[in-house]
Structures are given as structure tokens and as C-alpha cells.
Design a protein around this ligand. Structure first.
Ligand code: ADP
Ligand code: ADP
Length: 234
């Protein structure tokens, strides 16, 4: 569980001569154990915001705090990505196609030099929870989209992260699976009382899951409220 605070965060990218202000003076406090949504159209800055929190980008100016400890400030990461204990799932899931489900999920643990015995124990545990134990010897291309999404979730959760970032995690799922995927996300969040961030351009994801949500447009945070309030004041 972790409180996340952004203070006057700006992020600019230079594309040749063009300067893109992807985030403009963002101030947010995300509470311990909150399910927090980020809503906005394509190009609004949602992914950039998640990457700044994860440490994959630095804020050009401004600061990011986890539990009142500064993790990034003014273009410098003070705590690196690997030390932030964040699990991430992206729209494309990013599974390694040539590796088995087992080896995909083992990957972050092998990076951390866990023993193979510990890895096996943890993989059996997490694949039981997400109900994909019977797929562990298959490759991602041999299982369904819904199962691939669970594999991506397993890989994100295998290290017991304190923060879970879901960036458009349901976009590649058909409508029927989408509902059960949302239910699963809610279950995981409640089970581990993890601080969870979900990015979506689909309001239905936010309304069904988030305690509060930020609406971002052209890098500016236009609203920060409970989903129903946002719905009433679009
Ligand atoms: P969203 O996730 O809401 O679709 P992004 O955060 O991906 O938006 O992008 C916000 C803006 O920043 C866009 O104009 C995008 O082109 C730009 N941008 C994002 N990442 C980079 C990058 N690495 N280099 C240059 N421009 C970028
Ligand atoms: P989404 O719309 O799902 O947020 P994008 O396609 O905007 O995803 O971005 C995917 C990745 O490409 C991100 O890591 C982002 O930082 C990077 N990116 C986005 N726009 C640009 C850009 N103009 N130049 C370089 N990298 C970019």
C-alpha cells in the first residue's frame, strides 16, 4: 500500500523543433489503497503520467512522492524503476511470444535472482489465484485473449507490488470478457489492498472500478472527482 503524490509535475517532449507539453502542472494525491482512474482522449498525456509515476520517464520539472519520500524531482529519478515496486499491465500486454506462460511470469523473479524453487512455488500460487494454472506450459499464441491478459496480470503481480498500474488493460478484449476482466481487477485490488491506477479512454472502465478519477485533456487535469460527479459534469 502506498500513497502517491505529484507536485507541480510538468513533462515536455521535443519532437525535432516541435515542443509537446504532455503534462502541465499536475498536482494529485492518490491515497493508500485507492483505486484511481485516469480518463481522457488519445494523446491527452495519460500514459506519460503513468510512466512518470513508474519512473520510466522523469518529470521535466516538479516532484513525485511515495509515502512522503521523494522518488523523482526536476528531471532526476531519485528512486529507480526497479526499486519502486510497481506492477504494470499495458494495452498490448507485452508478453514474450517465444517464452512459455511459466517463463513469462518467472521473468521478473529471475531478474531479482529468486531461486527456481521459490519461483515455482510463487508461480503455482499466483496462477491458481488467476485461474490459468493449466496454461503454464503453453506459449501466449496458444491461449485466448482473456487468458493472455491474466498472464500479463500474473506477471505484474508476481512480485507483490505495492502499486499496480493498468494502462488500457481491457482495450484488446471483446465485450463479454471485458466484464469478467473488470471483475478480476476489482478482486485483485481488494484482495491485496494495493494502490491501483487504471488508465482508460472508456468511461465504463472508470465508472465500474475507480473510487476517484482524474480527467486529463491536452496535458491539463480538468477534473478530479468521484466518477459519478464527473459523469454529471462532463
Ligand atoms: P495518452 O496516453 O493520453 O494517449 P500520451 O501520454 O501517450 O497520451 O502522449 C501525450 C503527448 O505526448 C502526445 O502528444 C504524444 O505524442 C507525446 N509523447 C508521448 N511520449 C512521447 C515521447 N517519448 N516522445 C515525444 N513525444 C511523446
Ligand atoms: P497510448 O495512446 O496507448 O497512450 P501511445 O501510442 O500514445 O500509447 O504511446 C505508446 C508509447 O510510445 C509510449 O511509451 C509513449 O511514451 C511513446 N510515444 C508516444 N508518442 C510518441 C512520439 N511522438 N514520439 C516518441 N514516442 C512516443
Amino acid at each position: 500500500i502506498m500513497e502517491i503524490r505529484l507536485e507541480n509535475v510538468n513533462k515536455t517532449f521535443k519532437n525535432g523543433k516541435r515542443v509537446v507539453e504532455a503534462l502541465k502542472n499536475i498536482n494529485i494525491k492518490i491515497n493508500d489503497g485507492e483505486f484511481f482512474g485516469v480518463l481522457g482522449p488519445s494523446g491527452a498525456g495519460k500514459t506519460t503520467l503513468m510512466r512518470v509515476i513508474a519512473g520510466l520517464e522523469t518529470p521535466t520539472t516538479g516532484s513525485v512522492y511515495f509515502d512522503n519520500n521523494v522518488v523523482a524531482r526536476d528531471n532526476k529519478n531519485i528512486v529507480d524503476v526497479e526499486d519502486r515496486n510497481i506492477g504494470m499491465v499495458f494495452q498490448t500486454w507485452g508478453l514474450y511470444p517465444h517464452l512459455s506462460v511459466y517463463d513469462n511470469i518467472a521473468f521478473p523473479l529471475r531478474v531479482k535472482r529468486w531461486s527456481e524453487d521459490e519461483i515455482k512455488k510463487r508461480i503455482y500460487e499466483i496462477t491458481d489465484i488467476l485461474n490459468i494454472r493449466n496454461t503454464i506450459n503453453l506459449k501466449p499464441g496458444q491461449i485466448s485473449g482473456g487468458q493472455q491478459q491474466r498472464v500479463a496480470l500474473c506477471r505484474a503481480l508476481v512480485k507483490n507490488p505495492t502499486i499496480l498500474i493498468l494502462d488500457e488493460p481491457f482495450s484488446n478484449l471483446d465485450a463479454v470478457i471485458k466484464d469478467s476482466a473488470r471483475e478480476l481487477a476489482r478482486e485483485i485490488h481488494n484482495r491485496d489492498t494495493i494502490t491501483t491506477l487504471i488508465v482508460s479512454h472508456d468511461p465504463a472502465d472508470i465508472f465500474s472500478l475507480a473510487d476517484r478519477a482524474a480527467v486529463i485533456n491536452h496535458g491539463v487535469m480538468e477534473q478530479l472527482a468521484e466518477p459519478l460527479e464527473i459523469y454529471d459534469n462532463p
